[in-house]
Ligand binder design. Structure first.
Ligand code: GLN
Length: 541
């Protein structure tokens, strides 16, 4: 059967959760066993997200195939439980760079190249190319930005044209404003959003309404009338206790049946086992039996999107361990003094030091790692969090004063973390880090690493330039630091652990592969250790 398409367009403003709606649609179709993939359009002119600042744009998500993509890919993978590829991310930067290089090669000799038809045709060709290569039943295409932006206008036009050739269902995510004072739901903004979309020649099959409280029947009726739709096609997307319950909320409203009908897919019955396993996880997120508080230490903590995957990995591992995880965001720059005040850590049961780049906040992280080690707080280090775990151990256990990473102190006497020779020659910034899925081998079975993964081979995703310096391996190991896993091909240290207590860190980013249905084993171990810490504290009280 020919691939069918769902196109998700957002109206009025960003931040309505278009990625979650797209992922929930993917999950609905996945519950029925249809083969689905997402595609994301981003209008910016960057080639990819690799060089973007997390402060501005949120987390840079990394795929197995080394692609550095928009953080929405993280949401897709967390819902769909499937590893995606970089060709599914189509940016303005990719489109324009292809077009200008084709022009230089003379592919359009004689023509003047225009947004319509050259760019729009290129978009359609890419979409058809993905369908040909991956042969999905449905591609769910999320158009980044909002209807009416200049940046995504050519994507929207391309989707209108796509619908002339293929089966396309349009979904419009919009906003209904709750007027707290009068208890009214105002539909005027949504009507205006709809009008903009109709002007672009697109009539949506479904109107999904973000609101803070449940959509009133009268609101649905009004919007249905303006959208020329049946009332059942105006879908409630009001606030939920967890975003993972959105696919279930959609099913309650029959959205799945209507969508499958509109797409003209051969009817199937859903996989009830898969749905009830999902529901069980959702129930555990909503009413967990146990709890713990985990400090997430970073340098971009005022921008929570910078740590989206870490936050979600804690939700997944919390659901696995039937535990509520309270996250305490800790800005490492607040802990840089010689004698930091750790009173904020009194109720903390576990600590994560996250990934990051640049000197700011580093000494605060080292101080927090020392505090965790000396006070028996379970610790998980992610990428930079592993590098600094090694630096802290070198300084305070091995007595190597001034130990550091050469990223932060080029002249450091003991460069515990250093650039690989292969990274020294690099003069371009985009796509040049150690990236993507890499395999490593467990070297010691008596480790948290082995007990977590229950396997001698581990595959996680990477995004960094610096590595553990093997020159110091013996010195650190002599004082008890465990090297739990290594990459044999390039002779790189990948997982390290403290000799006592729960302390484990990896050069990789296990948070990028954590999903609701398959949580990161390392995060699950940290959560278990933190919950035990919490319960021990309770006993002492
Ligand atoms: N800045 C460090 C490096 O490049 C760590 C990167 C990270 O945490 N992702 O190696």
């Amino acid at each position: 059967m020919q691939t069918k398409y769902v196109v998700v367009l957002g109206s009025l403003m960003s931040g309505l959760g278009k990625g979650v709606v797209t992922s929930s649609i993917l999950k609905l179709l996945d519950f029925y066993g249809y083969k689905v993939f997402p595609v994301k359009f981003d209008g910016y002119l960057n080639y990819d997200c690799g060089t973007m600042n997390p402060y501005q744009h949120g987390e840079v998500f990394v795929l197995d195939d080394k692609s550095e993509v928009d953080m929405d890919f993280g949401i897709y993978e967390r819902f769909l439980n499937k590893s995606l590829t970089g060709d599914l991310s189509i940016t303005g930067g990719k489109l324009f760079s292809t077009i200008t290089s084709k022009e230089r090669q003379g592919e359009y000799l004689g023509e003047d190249i225009q947004i319509i038809p050259h760019l729009t045709n290129d978009i359609i060709k890419r979409i058809e190319g993905i369908s040909e290569a991956k042969r999905p039943d449905v591609l769910v295409i999320e158009v980044g930005g909002t209807v009416g932006d200049i940046e995504n206008s050519y994507f929207i036009e391309a989707m209108r044209q796509l619908s002339l050739k293929h089966d396309v269902v349009f979904v419009n995510l919009t906003y209904v404003h709750d007027l707290k004072l009068t208890g009214e739901q105002k539909t005027k903004p949504a009507q205006i959003g709809l009008r903009l979309l109709l002007q672009d020649g697109i009539r949506p099959n479904f109107l999904i309404c973000r609101a803070s409280s449940k959509l009133l029947e009268s609101t649905k009726e009004k919007l249905a009338m303006f959208a020329n739709l049946n009332k059942e096609r105006v879908i409630d997307d009001s606030d939920l206790l967890t975003l993972y319950s959105l696919p279930l909320q959609f099913m309650k409203q029959d959205f799945d049946r209507l969508l499958i009908k509109d797409l003209g897919l051969a009817p199937r019955s859903p996989d009830r086992k898969k749905i009830s396993a999902w529901k069980m996880k959702v129930d555990r997120i909503i009413s967990p039996k146990r709890e713990a508080t985990i400090a997430v230490v970073g340098k971009y903590t005022s921008m929570r999107d910078a740590y989206a995957s870490v936050k979600e990995a804690l939700v997944h591992s919390g659901a696995e361990a039937d535990s509520k995880i309270n996250i305490k965001w800790v800005e490492s720059t607040d802990f840089e003094s010689r004698l930091p005040d750790f009173s904020a850590f009194r109720d903390v049961d576990g600590v994560i030091v996250t990934g990051g780049f640049g000197t700011r906040g580093i000494e605060g992280m080292v101080n927090i790692i020392r505090h965790s080690r000396e006070n028996g707080l379970p610790y998980l280090g992610l990428c930079l969090g592993m590098q600094l775990m090694a630096v802290e151990f070198a300084r305070n256990v091995c007595g190597l004063r001034g130990a550091n990473s050469s990223e932060f102190d080029k002249g450091a006497k003991y460069k515990i973390i250093d650039l690989l020779p292969s990274q020294r020659k690099i003069d371009k910034m985009g796509g040049t880090m150690r990236l993507g899925s890499q395999e490593c081998d467990v070297v010691d079975k008596d480790t948290i690493t082995y007990r977590s993964y229950k396997s001698m081979a581990i595959r996680e995703r990477h995004r960094h330039r610096y590595e553990f310096n093997n020159k110091f391996k013996k010195t650190l190991m002599a004082k008890g630091l465990k090297v739990a896993a290594v990459n044999r091909q390039f002779n790189l240290v990948e997982f390290i652990e403290w000799p006592v207590g729960f302390g484990v860190a990896t050069q990789s980013h296990p948070e990028l592969k954590s999903r609701l249905e398959t949580p990161s084993p390392l995060f699950v171990s940290l959560v278990e250790a933190a919950v035990s810490h919490h319960e021990r504290k309770d006993l002492k009280r």
